[in-house]
Design a binder for this molecule. Structure first.
Ligand SMILES: NC(=O)c1ccc[n+]([C@@H]2O[C@H](COP(=O)([O-])OP(=O)(O)OC[C@H]3O[C@@H](n4cnc5c(N)ncnc54)[C@H](OP(=O)(O)O)[C@@H]3O)[C@@H](O)[C@H]2O)c1
Length: 427
């Protein structure tokens, strides 16, 4: 295969540039870390109010709450990250092949997430029960941990940038160092058998998110002598989402991040900082907001969560199984699809007949159900649904542009057959 063939599809590369982040990537890299600090300071020091101090002195006072790294936080996170890497490498689990790469090869992935997840929970529970680890340690160290993980991630992305430069020819970076630092230089950087992108997508960030939630609930118990129903709903829903992720771990191999996104600052910082520190905002907010909810409210929130889950998981699994075996029935009937000139098949039945991204729709319903238990006293707990809506709207546009560039007329046929982007009959 010559070099041109080995490169990613040039039209897709162009679409990726055009509908990617433009120059906003720089603004994102500069603005997002302070935003995470801002949210944490609001929820921790201002009772969850969104505060906008007036004047330089007031802002200085506001930012003075930023916690510098502590050795305790460094040791906690360092041992956490290394332990999770060791589990990823050495724990047993089936080996599964990833999707085909531009050079025709496929990578092997060790799918031992559930094993590692359960072992981690067991070990942490054991350490807490023995009194060797304080149940509230992650909540108490949240500020220093935020600084440690931020510093670590900026450095780690530098390592990824350099490591990726020796990657495959079709991964060739743009040559703009800061942009490449942001977007990444390699699709699947690996150290030995450790696939850094798959590892960071799931283990050190997602499992940390769950442990932080549990630590936050423990803090509410320590402070108020109870764990409220809203706290149980948030922690329960998010734990369910994580357990579900590990049950269907293999489905991650057909997602956008794994297939298309190189592993640079954006994914790395998103996985390690943004996810655990902003997805726990609702639980952080609830620590000192101990309201309860009416029975009908609880029932409605649970129904929203379960409906969203059924759509989200159903759509993702249908696509996953269809891509692996197009002869497998969808909803008990032969799958309907469009065959593209490129060879890929686009499913048009089941959930994929309602809109082109029903999985996003389900995910948005789930995200809303994570916010509603916080009730309506402050907009801060709703930060998640606002951000997530923006993320998925933007992602859908990028995906649509890239698929149009890749599939051309076949994608137009698909659009005609399934006209709605995310929400059937609405958007
Ligand atoms: N919680 C979070 O923070 C978070 C963040 C992001 C995403 N997610 C969730 O992760 C899941 C995966 O999202 P994703 O962004 O990777 O999008 P996705 O919808 O799973 O994947 C899009 C890709 O699937 C293929 N495709 C599109 N339409 C198809 C069809 N009709 N039939 C078969 N293949 C089709 C195309 O790739 P090819 O044709 O090139 O193969 C397209 O690029 C979603 O449920 C999303 O909500 C969660």
């Amino acid at each position: 295969m010559n070099e041109q063939n080995l490169r990613q599809n040039p039209e897709v590369d162009a679409a990726r540039q055009k509908y990617g982040f433009g120059i906003s990537w720089l603004a994102l890299m500069v603005a997002l870390p302070p935003l995470v600090y801002y949210l944490w300071i609001c929820v921790t020091y201002y009772q969850g109010e969104l505060v906008f101090p007036s004047g330089a002195a007031a802002w200085l006072q506001f930012w003075s709450h930023i916690s510098p790294p502590t050795w305790r936080a460094v040791c906690l996170y360092g041992s956490w990250f290394l332990a999770q890497a060791a589990l990823q490498i050495w724990m047993p689990g089936p080996t599964v092949q990833g999707m085909e790469l531009p050079d025709g090869s496929r990578l092997d992935y060790r799918m031992n997430g559930m094993f590692a997840f359960l072992l981690t929970l067991g070990v942490v529970a054991g350490l807490v029960a023995l009194g060797w680890l304080d149940a509230t340690v992650l909540y108490d160290q949240l500020g220093p941990l935020l600084s440690v993980v931020n510093i670590f991630t900026f450095a780690f992305a530098g390592f990824l940038y350099l490591w990726g430069l020796k990657g495959a020819v079709w991964e060739r970076p743009t040559g703009r160092p800061f942009y490449d630092y942001f977007m990444g230089t390699a699709l699947n950087p690996r150290i030995g058998s450790l696939d850094l992108k798959l590892f960071c997508e799931a283990r050190p960030g997602m499992v940390f998110w769950m442990l932080m939630n549990l630590s936050i609930a423990a803090k509410q118990y320590e402070l108020h002598g109870m764990v409220t129903v809203p706290m149980m709903l948030v922690v329960g829903f998010q734990s369910f989402y994580l357990i579900d992720y590990f049950i269907h771990e293999q489905a991650v191999l057909t997602t956008w991040d794994i297939k298309h996104e190189k592993f640079g600052w954006m994914l790395c910082w998103g996985d390690l900082v943004w996810l655990p520190f902003t997805y726990t905002l609702q639980a952080q907010y609830l620590v000192n907001h101990t309201h309860e909810l009416p029975g009908w409210g609880i029932a409605a929130i649970v129904a929203l969560n379960l409906t969203g889950y059924a759509i989200f998981r159903g759509a993702n699994l249908q696509k996953h199984y269809f891509r692996r075996n197009p002869n497998r029935p969808v909803c008990g009937r032969p799958a309907e699809y469009i065959k593209t000139v490129k060879g890929s098949l686009l499913l048009t039945s089941g959930w994929w007949g309602f809109s082109r991204h029903m999985n996003y729709f389900g995910d948005l319903m789930i995200a809303l159900s994570w916010c509603l238990p916080a009730a309506f006293a402050s907009p801060l707990p709703y930060f998640h649904i606002v951000y997530f809506t923006i993320l998925l709207l933007h992602r859908e546009r990028r995906d649509d542009a890239m698929c149009l560039a890749k599939y051309g007329n076949d994608w137009l046929r698909y659009r005609a057959k399934v006209p709605w982007r995310i929400v059937p009959k609405l958007y």
